[in-house]
Write a protein that binds this ligand. Structure first.
Ligand SMILES: C[S@@+](CC[C@H](N)C(=O)[O-])C[C@H]1O[C@@H](n2cnc3c(N)ncnc32)[C@H](O)[C@@H]1O
Length: 259
């Protein structure tokens, strides 16, 4: 299979053709079974998880031994997936909560859902993690201003803040792409109903890969992961089944592979 292409193919057929131990980082944003499109509806929950566990089982062996996997989903589905992955050849690292900040439904019979989950796994403890490339601004500016001058005494040692900010934590406050691309305050219909925010994909790719590494963009959709890869000098390989999304990707200049 050729790199820097998005394949017009079903996920199972694509993964069967992909070489084992070839992927440095997999960024996987699958159907959630929420009816966001005809590709996102399943007859029963059982059918959804049969599909999910089938591609997940094929995916694991595609990762290199120092490779990483980020898996998006709802909190409910992620809990079931986490249980499935417990005895698989992967090391659990984080349950990342994406706090979406904008555009929530007005539920009045339960708490408003404002989050998605990103499960972070690696195949070994010898994985890449570029923590310095994803530092965040410190929140308590007064305390930090004081610490920059004099340091803060911590366990008998003087601690000085890192000029590039604090280490990245596991709750990510990132505005959804739909709300970022507002025109005159109005949310626009994007070319795909579930585009992931550029900033979030950028963080994942910077943290868990180096330049020229190969990133797997399974379920490419709008191609956001592959777009970020191009901008950060990473190689990519993706797959997408929907004809209309493939046409959009072609329009964006992506080479489309066929199996
Ligand atoms: C949640 S969306 C991915 C969105 C993407 N992360 C983005 O930022 O645009 C999931 C995508 O998986 C595709 N898909 C669903 N079932 C598939 C299958 N069996 N094989 C390949 N792609 C599939 C859908 O067409 C949809 O575009």
């Amino acid at each position: 299979m050729e790199i820097n292409k998005i394949y017009h193919a079903d996920v199972m057929r694509f993964l069967e053709a992909l070489q084992d131990n070839s992927i440095d980082l997999a960024v996987v944003d699958p159907p959630y079974n929420l009816n966001k499109g005809d590709w996102d509806s399943f007859k029963t929950e059982q059918e959804y998880f049969d599909f999910t566990f089938q591609w997940l089982s094929l995916l694991i062996k595609k990762l290199k031994i120092n490779g990483s996997l980020y898996l998006f989903n709802t909190a409910y589905n992620s809990a079931i997936i986490l249980d499935f992955l417990k005895d698989k050849d992967l090391i659990y690292k984080n349950w990342i909560t994406w706090y979406k900040k904008d555009g929530f439904s007005a539920t009045k019979k339960k708490y408003v859902n404002t989050q998605e989950t990103i499960l972070f796994y690696t195949r070994s403890n010898n994985h890449i993690f570029n923590y310095d490339d994803i530092r965040l601004p410190y929140s308590s500016t007064d305390r930090i201003a004081h610490a920059v001058k004099k340091g803060i005494l911590k366990n008998g040692k003087r601690w000085f803040p890192n000029p590039n900010g604090k280490l990245c934590n596991d709750v990510w406050e990132i505005t959804s792409q739909r709300h970022k691309e507002k025109v005159n305050g109005k949310v626009q219909t994007l070319s795909h109903p579930t585009v992931k925010p550029y900033e979030m994909i950028e963080r994942i790719i910077k943290a868990s890969s180096n330049e020229n590494d190969l990133v797997l963009d399974l379920f490419s959709g709008s191609g956001m992961t592959s777009i970020v890869c191009k901008n950060l000098n990473r190689k990519f390989i993706g797959c997408e089944l929907n004809e209309a999304y493939i046409l959009n990707l072609e329009g964006l200049g992506f080479e489309i592979g066929r199996l």
